[in-house]
Design a protein around this ligand. Structure first.
Ligand SMILES: Nc1nc2c(ncn2[C@@H]2O[C@H](COP(=O)(O)OP(=O)(O)OP(=O)(O)O)[C@@H](O)[C@H]2O)c(=O)[nH]1
Ligand SMILES: [Mg+2]
Length: 472
């Protein structure tokens, strides 16, 4: 165990959000956070590890139970001030009345800095003043953070006034809304509470930032890979295999959709894991386009495709379509409009029929017509996939790990609900990158294609970087 990494104990009154703060700071969604006061009863240390290196520790502690009595003891103490915590622990170790205080002082006595958490949506009380005074008497470097649990009441100014007398640094940090930038800003503030920690905390911040960039690189690689896979995806079947070609087409269309959905599901899983959301299924806001099926018309609407674009998309039919397949395609278009009601229906574009007589890879003579659904010939499909991936990414990076409710975000206007397509805001040059990429995925010119693919990957990465910055 490396003892030279910085450690901070998160202290405060019960139920103020100490565990939620630790959870958000350490990106650990497995820490117990509960509406019932007294959830945390023993100290637990959470170490942030980056590339197998231990970087920083945060200690979750139980809340103060008897601050006024504890303060009375502290005020009466007249020996070495540097020993005050050790002496308090020694004097009360087996006294159940002070059990929580003994427990929460332990990490501080061992050298941890103090992060004091208060709920800024309630007024300052006498007990809080006692706690603050105790912390001042410890003489340890300390910072206070205001974690407002309710947005409608705000006592931040009162808290700031009291904190001014007792702490080296004060910061508003909301465990339920803090994003990456807030976490970095919080670490920056920690730097100022003790000069000795400045260089090591600067290193911690650098490691956090490098790790974030790495995640973004990986996320863009996952996104590009999934989009390419989806664009290339097709399913086919010999017509002779089926008694009813119309049914066969519908089945194929569903299989096609399922494959694309699976690709997206697996992409989302990768992104979620990359950003360390493990336990809780990250609940998506109710208004999110991701609440709708990838193939639903609602998705296309929300991402900004008009009816005309949908119709135009439907007009493009790819491949050489045999008479048999053609009839079936009609059935498919019609069937899907009613049964599934989605892009497949709107874009018979993604349906092609192809003669592949004698071309079975297993050497089995198939003969006759094959019907094939996909690859999707509609360039808008790329934008749908990209939009959904970016929206998911943005939900994930903005979801703090300390948050436990499934509630949706507040303050969502009708406007936000309607306009969700990110790629509608792309510049013409960026759109061209997408268009070239779309062609390249279907193309055969290896070198030119590679360039287009690379340009697309670079674009995705820059979009993710923009998102990370925008979350300020
Ligand atoms: N809305 C909102 N709720 C929060 C916030 N932080 C914590 N909570 C909620 O407040 C309750 C208490 O949070 P905890 O993190 O368990 O509080 P604690 O200080 O660790 O409590 P003990 O372990 O009992 O001392 C939980 O229901 C949290 O979900 C916040 O920033 N906003
Ligand atoms: Mg707790």
């Amino acid at each position: 165990m490396s003892s030279d990494i910085p450690a901070f104990a998160v202290l405060g009154h019960p139920n103020e959000g100490k565990s939620a703060v630790v959870s958000t700071l350490t990106e650990n969604d497995q820490i117990r956070v509960s509406p019932v006061p007294g959830e945390t009863t023993v100290c637990r240390t959470y170490t942030v590890t980056i590339d197998d290196q231990k970087i920083i520790r945060f200690v979750d502690t139980p809340g103060f139970q008897v601050p006024r009595q504890t303060l009375a003891w502290f005020n009466a103490y007249d020996k070495d001030p540097g020993q005050i915590l050790d002496e308090f622990i020694a004097a009360h170790e087996s006294d159940p009345f002070f059990a929580d205080e003994v427990e929460l002082f332990r990490p501080v006595a061992r050298g941890a800095g103090i992060i004091y958490v208060v709920n800024g949506s309630r007024p300052v009380r006498t007990d809080d003043l006692a706690e603050m005074e105790i912390l001042r008497l410890t003489g340890r470097p300390r910072m206070a953070i205001i974690n407002s649990k309710h947005m409608d009441k705000d006592y931040t100014q009162d808290w700031r006034r009291e904190f001014g007398k007792h702490f080296n640094s004060i910061r508003v940090f909301n465990a339920n809304t803090a994003n990456f930038h807030d976490r970095i800003a919080m670490l920056e503030s920690l730097k100022s509470i003790d000069q000795e920690w400045e260089p090591v905390l600067a290193g911690v911040i650098q490691a956090f930032q490098a790790e974030w960039e790495k995640r973004n690189r990986l996320a863009s690689a996952y996104i590009t890979y999934a989009i390419e896979k989806s664009l290339r995806c097709s399913v086919s079947q010999s017509v002779h295999d089926s008694k009813d070609p119309v049914m066969a087409q519908e089945t194929l269309a569903r299989a096609y959709q399922d494959q694309i959905r699976d690709i997206e599901k697996s992409l989302f899983h990768h992104i979620r894991t990359l950003f360390k959301h493990r336990v809780y299924q990250v609940s998506l806001p109710e208004y999110s386009v991701l609440q709708h099926d990838l193939f639903s018309k609602k998705t296309w609407d929300l991402l900004g495709l008009t009816r005309t674009q949908l119709a135009a998309a439907g007009a493009v039919v790819g491949g050489s379509v045999g008479a048999m397949v053609d009839t079936a395609a009609h059935g498919l278009t019609f069937g899907l409009f009613t049964a599934i009601g989605g892009i497949l229906g709107a874009g018979s574009a993604i349906m092609g029929g192809r003669r592949v007589a004698d071309k079975s890879p297993a050497g089995i003579r198939l003969g006759g017509d094959r019907i094939q659904v996909g690859p999707n010939e509609n360039p808008q499909f790329l934008y749908i996939l990209l939009d959904r991936a970016l929206i998911y990414y943005s939900h994930i990076i903005n979801r703090p790990h300390g948050r436990r409710d499934a509630k949706t975000m507040t303050g969502v206007t009708e406007d936000t609900v309607k306009k969700q397509g990110i790629v509608t805001g792309l510049t013409p040059a960026q759109r061209q990158v997408c268009a070239r990429y779309f062609k390249a995925v279907k193309g055969r010119k290896r070198i030119k294609d590679k360039k287009a693919e690379l340009a697309f990957a670079v674009l995705v990465q820059s979009l993710l970087d923009d998102f990370s910055r925008k979350t300020d």
